[in-house]
Design a protein around this ligand. Structure first.
Ligand code: HGY
Ligand code: MN
Ligand code: MN
Length: 396
């Protein structure tokens, strides 16, 4: 199963994945999910927001146990972030069938669309729409780098954008959602465990900084006559690191766009995207406020016009204690419980249904990179743990 998914959206140039929402690679991932579902005799469907579901049992009975993750990637992301959870869901079902368990609750496996927000800039679009955390109007405002809107992209991929919106009836049928995910850190490697349970997700967000200056000739314009936005951007990146270190937060400028982006032209506009996260809301607020203040002071001193727009935000998630502890019991009580700075669909859905997460050891902790890795025996341990959890929740 893993090998059949591996080539989809793979870039030979980078060794990473380019599986962006509503692109051809995304369509191929979706076909893969549907084929895996139908090969197991599951009832396959796509919801109004494009999320894929594979049901065992009648959803209308309610109190379903659902497991899954996402198949889309960040630019040149790794093979495991998202796909490990989806592949493990199908493998755990295979394991449960081998155990000849009797399901007493409906079970569903899912692929949530556009979790990474790589194309339209907003994380967890599929689950946010379903949970009512993203309005249809706001979703219609999303544009990719070429100016293609989310609804246009959905339509070109054969989906009806008019249908998107909250899906309370569907979510009301879910009693518990469990997402297995490769760990994006080294906590399990340090404790020597193959599997962990999530306690919380840090609050995190994405802010777009637009620095507007004055385009001019790189060779003939005196330094004193320049209004070069690149300097304000550079100063802001350094301020972000300083402020994050001071506050014990993290801050990253990983994406930039420059207009006109010519080697011999002083830019008119530099756009930088800040990703910042912290263990609590007040630290995050303090960090981002300080970064913006430093950016504005420098920009003002150099005649640069600055605008800052928050494009994505996820408040702190504390996974429901009862379900978290139930997973611990089902896994024998020895499994470490750990927080994460990475966002997930399980975090978004936790606002409307009980959700939990299982992490699988990542020996290097590296993620959002082609170097992301998890050892096969750790992945198998993850499948067994997910099967134990699903059996405990849906079968006994
Ligand atoms: O950015 C995140 O934390 C997640 O990978 N979308
Ligand atoms: Mn990710
Ligand atoms: Mn992920």
């Amino acid at each position: 199963m893993w090998r059949s998914l591996r080539p989809i959206g793979h870039s030979d140039a980078s060794g990473g994945y380019r599986r962006y929402a509503w692109t051809g690679a995304d369509a191929d991932c979706r076909l893969w999910f549907q084929a895996q579902a139908e090969a197991r005799g599951l009832d396959y469907e796509v919801d109004r927001n494009g999320n894929q579901w594979a049901w065992l049992g009648d959803p209308a009975r309610g109190d379903a146990v659902v497991t899954g993750s996402h198949l889309d990637s960040v630019p040149d992301g790794g093979a495991f972030d998202g796909p490990l959870g989806v592949v493990s869901s199908f493998a755990a079902l295979d394991e449960l069938r081998a155990r000849k368990v009797q399901f007493r609750r409906p079970l569903a496996l899912t692929n949530f669309g556009d979790e990474e927000g790589a194309r339209f800039g907003l994380a967890c679009v599929g689950s946010r729409l379903a949970a009512g955390q993203l309005s249809k109007e706001k979703a219609y405002e999303l544009r990719d780098a070429e100016g293609v809107s989310l609804p246009q992209a959905m339509e070109r991929a054969g989906y009806d954008p008019d249908a998107i919106g909250p899906d309370p009836e569907r979510l009301a049928r879910i009693g518990a959602f469990v997402e297995l995910h490769v760990e994006q850190g080294r906590a399990l490697d340090l404790t020597g465990d193959q599997v962990g349970i999530a306690s919380a997700i840090w609050p995190h967000g994405r802010w777009r900084f637009d620095f507007r200056g004055e385009a001019n000739h790189a060779g003939t314009t005196r330094l004193v006559d320049r209004r070069d936005p690149m300097l304000s951007y550079a100063e802001t990146v350094l301020a972000a690191r300083r402020e994050a270190e001071l506050a014990g937060a993290v801050a990253t400028f990983g994406k930039i766009s420059v207009e006109p982006n010519g080697v011999n032209a002083i830019p008119s506009l530099v756009r930088g995207w800040l990703d910042s996260r912290a263990a609590d809301q007040s630290t995050l607020d303090q960090t981002v406020t300080a970064i913006e203040k430093a950016a504005r002071e420098y920009a003002d001193r150099h005649g640069i016009d600055l605008s800052v727009v928050r494009e994505s935000f996820t408040p702190v998630v504390e996974f429901e204690h009862a379900l978290r502890d139930e997973l611990g019991r089902l896994l024998g009580g020895e499994v470490p419980v750990l927080g994460t700075g990475a966002g997930h669909d399980a975090g978004i859905l936790s606002s409307v249904i009980p959700t939990a997460m299982l992490f699988v050891r990542n020996p290097t902790g590296v993620s959002h990179s082609p170097a992301e890795f998890a050892a096969e025996d750790d992945c198998v341990a993850g499948v067994r743990a997910l099967a134990d959890v699903l059996e405990g929740l849906a079968c006994s």
